[in-house]
Design a binder for this molecule. Structure first.
Ligand code: PLP
Length: 379
């Protein structure tokens, strides 16, 4: 029973832990017994399970979603003078990685209803970059935002026509599918994150890369361990310390046993929100032919003032909310100097009107009803 005086949890990792407690203990005890803490047997088992889960030929686990993006770009030799196209409306890590490697992020606007990267604007930005002549178009990072897939058929077509490396930032949407296929095989490489609040989260940092290419998978394994060759003390290239540890792999293996049920629970909650709130606020539009991992359920209200009022009223009713993202990346101090000044009106508008409601598998029917009633009373 939920207590009406207690706030609804935005995320409830304790309740989830209780559901997997026995299996989790057993797996953690095994790690404590064998003491192979880095790249131990759980890591190999997890890589096989994840590859099978999304139908990818190869999975290489790494230390975080950000490191997964970085290793994928290092493997292509992306660096100075290269333009990397990515949506302006995403988490900072997507743009941080090309900058760290000396490349330049080129920001692309998003679709006003699905919030995913806008393929028509992507093509325009590639042409603009080519015409400007200072940067070489090299790669596209398509982000699957909030749990839903980007328009992969369109992105694949654009990458192919322009000869660009296509990377899928699946950090928020592991477990989503498009046209009956789990995400993980849509691009040349796919990077995901196991940060604790992602749909499949560890108890610390973690991530993974998926690819259909055996050569890329070998490169990723080398890069995650300091560029090592066939033996540990042969150094073939500049790499990094980007490995996943066995305790995180054990946690993820345990969470994988309930992941499908959790995705179904998130979908049921999203449908309840759609049904109850659809006439009061703008609900998220489903990407056609997809299922969502529902990392985030984001509604739109008319303007920033309405959002402030709704957020305050929900807080008073014990309903927490969050804003993803209050600023598009090209407006962030860290990236403004990199931006060429192109106008990105949809990303700017969404930043003022978007609001995320709680969505996680341990929300009770009572919690969902309480959230809906609070939104309907205030909206
Ligand atoms: C969380 C996230 C990342 C980074 O993942 P970490 O595991 O936190 O490094 C990258 N891209 C997007 C879109 C994310 O949401």
């Amino acid at each position: 029973m939920s207590d009406p005086s207690r706030p609804v949890p935005f995320l409830d990792l304790k309740a989830q832990q209780a559901r997997i407690a026995a299996d989790l203990r057993r797996r953690l005890d095994t790690v404590l017994e064998h003491c192979q803490f880095i790249l131990g047997p759980e890591v190999r088992e997890l890589e096989e399970a994840l590859a099978a889960f999304c139908g990818a030929a190869h999975c290489v686990s790494v230390s975080s979603g950000t490191d997964a993006l970085q290793i994928a770009m290092m493997a292509e030799g992306i660096g100075r003078g290269d333009a990397v196209f990515l949506p302006a409306f995403t988490y900072t890590a997507t743009a941080e990685v090309p900058l760290l490697l000396g490349a330049t992020p080129v920001f692309v606007d998003v679709d006003p209803r699905t919030f995913q990267i806008d393929p028509a604007h992507l093509q325009t930005r590639i042409e603009q970059t080519r015409a400007a002549g200072t940067l070489r178009p090299r790669a596209i990072i398509g982000v699957d935002l909030f749990g839903q897939p980007a328009d992969w058929p369109a992105l694949t077509d654009i990458a192919g026509r322009n000869g660009l490396f296509l990377l899928d930032d699946l950090a928020q949407s592991f477990g989503a599918s498009l046209h009956g296929k789990m995400l993980g095989t849509q691009a040349d490489a796919t990077a995901t994150s196991f940060f604790p609040s992602k749909p499949l989260g560890a108890y610390g940092d973690g991530g993974a890369l998926f690819t259909e290419s055996a050569e890329r998978a070998d490169l990723y394994r080398s890069l995650r361990t300091h560029g090592e060759g066939k033996t540990r003390y042969e150094v073939l290239r500049t790499g990094m310390n980007g490995r996943l540890d066995s305790i995180q792999a054990a946690v993820l293996l345990s969470k994988l046993t309930v992941f499908k049920d959790e995705l179904a629970a998130r979908e049921r909650i999203a449908q309840a929100y759609d049904r109850r709130l659809g006439n009061a606020v703008v609900i998220p539009q489903r990407v056609p032919g997809s299922t969502s991992a529902w990392a985030i359920y984001a509604i739109l209200v008319p303007d920033e003032g309405a959002r402030d009022r709704l957020q305050a009223s929900l807080r008073a009713d014990g309903v927490p909310t969050a804003i993803y993202y209050p600023r598009p990346l090209h407006r962030q101090p860290a990236y403004a100097a990199q931006h060429d000044g192109a106008s990105l009106p949809v990303a700017e508008d969404l930043a003022t009107r978007i609001l995320a409601l709680p969505i996680h598998p341990d929300l009770t029917d009572h919690d969902v009803e309480r959230i809906c009633a609070a939104v309907l009373a205030a909206a």
